[in-house]
Write a protein that binds this ligand. Structure first.
Ligand SMILES: [Zn+2]
Length: 501
C-alpha cells in the first residue's frame, strides 16, 4: 500500500515532538493550568451541586497546551520503555545527526511476547491481574435508536463560517479526525499481512502522534468485534496481538493489547492499563451501602500523544453490547476524554494511571470512584450533539421536588458554536409534560431554572427539537418553538433523563 504513505492534506495538529518524551520521572513537579475561559466562567456559576462529587466542582479547563506529565505520588513511574534505543540514538546523534534522524524514523523493535512483565521496575501489582470477575464489556448503549457514524457537522460548519480559531486546532475535543478515520477504514483486517505492516500502513500519512493514535483507535472499531460468546461463557483465553488480528475477536484485554503492539510499531509510547470499568452490569451503589473491595475487570490504554499522556479505551470506543448482541458503533468520546472524565468510569489498579494530579484532587480513591452517586441517564445524542457529560447539571440521577431546579448544559469545548443558527432548541420536559426551553447563559452554555412543585414525581428529560414543520430544526428559536407547541408538526429526541422524587 505504497500510496498510503502519500501525505494527505489536512489541518495542522498540535506541535509534534520529534522524539517522544520519556515517561515522566517520579520527581516530576505538577503544573496545573489556571482555570481559563469556559472553566473560569463555569466556576462562577451557582451550579446545582446536590450530591455532586466535590472534585467536580471546578471544571477542568480544556487543555490547549501540553499539560503536565502524569502525576506521581508514591506510585512508580510508568514503565520506562525503549530507553536503550533512545540512549543509543542520542549517542549516535552526537556524532552523526543525520543517521540518528534516519534511525529515529524506524519503528521500534517488536515487543517481547510478555512485555507487560518485562520491566524490572514494575511492581508485582502492576502485572495484569487475572480477572477476578468477567471483563467489563462495552457499556450498554444508552440509545433509543441506532446511531449513524460519527458526524463532524458542527466542526465543519465552524470551519466554513470561520468560527474555528487557531487555538482550537490543538483542541482534541473539536479537532476534525474525519480524514484520519477515513484512512484507517481502508485496511480491512482480512487483507492485513502483519501487526507491524498494519501499524505502518495506518500511521504513515500522519505526522502527529495524536493522529497516529487515532488511526489505530478507529481501525480497532472497524475491524475487531467484541467477543460476546467468550464474555458470556466466561471462556476467556489469553490473547496476543497476532491472535487478535487473526481472529478479529477480543474482549477488553485483547483490544488494549493489540493497541499497544500497533502503537509500538508506529513509534508511539503506549501502555496497557488494567483496573475497574463501569461497563455492562454496573449499577451505582445505594447510598450508605458498604464499600465493595477493589476489583479489576477491564483494560485500556495510556498513550503519549504529542507531549501529553492521555487515556483511551478502544474496546468501549469500538462498540457496545445491546442486550446480548454486539453493536459495532463508534464512540469517539473514549478517545477524546480528559483524564478526569475518563476516571468517572475507569479506575486503574495503579493510581498513577489516573493522570490526575494532586492539585486536581487526584489520585481519586477507590471509595470515591465506586461510591459516586448515580448520574443522570445520558443517551447517545447527548454526545453526538457535542455536550460534555462532566458539566451537566443536575449531576445526579435524582432530583428533589419542592423547589427550584437549575439545569445547565455545556458543549464539549469552548470552540464549539453556541449560536442559535448552529444549534437546536433544547428543552426540559417535566413529569407534568410542561416544556421549558434552555437559554444561552453568560457562561457559555445553556440554562433553565424550573420550579418543581412538591409531590410532582416522575421522569424529567432533556430533549432537542430535531424537526420543525417537517424540516430540520437547527436554528429554530426557543420562542418560536414555545409558541408552536400543538400547532406545528415537531419531533424531538431525548438527550438525558433524571428522576424527580
Ligand atoms: Zn475545541
Amino acid at each position: 500500500m505504497s500510496d498510503a504513505r502519500a501525505p494527505m492534506s489536512r489541518p495542522a495538529l498540535p506541535p509534534r515532538r520529534s522524539v517522544p518524551a520519556p515517561p515522566p520521572r517520579p520527581e516530576s513537579t505538577i503544573e496545573v493550568p489556571a482555570p481559563t475561559g469556559i472553566a473560569a466562567r463555569i466556576a462562577s456559576l451557582q451550579l446545582n451541586q446536590i450530591g455532586r462529587n466535590p472534585l467536580d466542582r471546578e471544571p477542568k479547563p480544556v487543555a490547549k497546551s501540553p499539560p503536565p506529565p502524569p502525576p506521581r505520588r508514591n506510585a512508580p513511574s510508568l514503565p520506562p520503555r525503549s530507553t536503550a534505543p533512545r540512549r543509543t540514538l542520542a549517542e549516535i546523534a552526537e556524532c552523526d545527526p543525520q543517521l540518528a534522524e534516519r534511525l529515529s524514523r524506524r519503528p521500534p523493535p517488536p515487543p517481547l511476547p510478555k512485555r507487560t512483565t518485562s520491566s524490572p521496575t514494575v511492581p508485582a501489582r502492576r502485572l495484569p491481574p487475572m480477572p477476578s470477575r468477567l471483563p467489563t464489556p462495552p457499556p450498554e448503549p444508552e440509545y433509543e435508536e441506532p446511531e449513524p457514524e460519527p458526524e463532524y457537522e458542527e466542526e465543519e460548519e465552524q470551519s466554513d463560517e470561520g468560527y474555528q480559531s487557531q487555538e482550537s486546532e490543538s483542541c482534541m475535543k473539536c479537532f476534525d479526525f474525519s480524514q484520519v478515520d477515513a484512512h484507517a477504514s481502508q485496511f480491512p483486517r482480512q487483507n492485513v499481512a502483519s501487526v507491524r505492516q498494519l501499524a505502518l500502513d495506518l500511521t504513515a500519512p500522519f505526522a502527529s502522534e495524536t493522529e497516529k493514535a487515532r488511526a489505530l483507535f478507529y481501525w480497532l472499531h472497524c475491524n475487531i468485534i467484541y467477543d460476546v460468546e467468550a464474555f458470556f461463557s466466561g471462556n476467556l483465553s489469553a490473547s496476543t496481538a497476532e491472535s487478535t488480528l487473526r481472529s478479529g475477536l477480543a474482549v477488553c484485554d485483547g483490544y488494549a493489547g493489540l493497541f499497544v503492539s500497533l502503537a509500538e510499531y508506529a513509534g508511539l509510547q503506549a501502555h496497557k492499563v488494567t483496573g475497574h470499568g463501569k461497563g455492562v452490569g454496573y449499577a451505582a451503589l445505594a447510598p450508605g451501602a458498604p464499600v465493595p473491595p477493589e476489583s479489576s475487570n477491564h483494560a485500556w490504554n495510556c498513550v503519549l500523544m504529542d507531549g501529553e499522556w492521555r487515556l483511551l479505551d478502544s474496546c468501549w470506543g469500538a462498540g457496545a453490547l445491546m442486550g446480548d448482541a454486539y453493536a459495532q458503533r463508534f464512540a469517539p468520546v473514549w478517545f477524546t476524554s480528559t483524564p478526569s472524565e475518563f476516571g468517572k468510569r475507569h479506575f486503574p489498579t495503579d493510581p498513577s494511571y489516573q493522570l490526575i494530579g494532586e492539585a486536581d484532587g487526584g489520585p481519586i480513591s477507590w471509595e470515591e470512584y465506586i461510591c459516586a452517586p448515580e448520574e443522570p441517564l445520558v443517551y447517545g445524542d447527548f454526545d453526538s450533539q457535542n455536550f460534555l457529560r462532566d458539566l451537566l447539571q443536575p449531576a445526579t440521577a435524582e432530583i428533589q421536588s419542592g423547589g427550584w431546579v437549575s439545569f445547565h448544559l455545556f458543549k464539549q469545548c469552548e470552540h464549539m458554536s453556541r449560536d442559535e443558527a448552529d444549534n437546536y432548541v433544547y428543552f426540559i420536559n417535566a413529569p407534568d409534560d410542561s416544556k421549558t426551553t434552555l437559554r444561552v447563559n453568560a457562561e457559555g452554555g445553556w440554562s433553565a431554572n424550573i420550579y418543581m412543585p412538591r409531590g410532582l414525581a416522575g421522569d424529567v428529560s432533556l430533549n432537542f427539537v430535531t424537526s420543525f414543520d417537517n424540516r430540520d430544526a437547527k436554528g429554530l428559536s426557543p420562542e418560536k418553538f414555545t409558541s408552536s407547541i400543538g400547532r406545528k408538526a415537531m419531533a424531538w429526541q431525548g438527550m438525558c433523563k433524571w428522576r424527580l422524587v
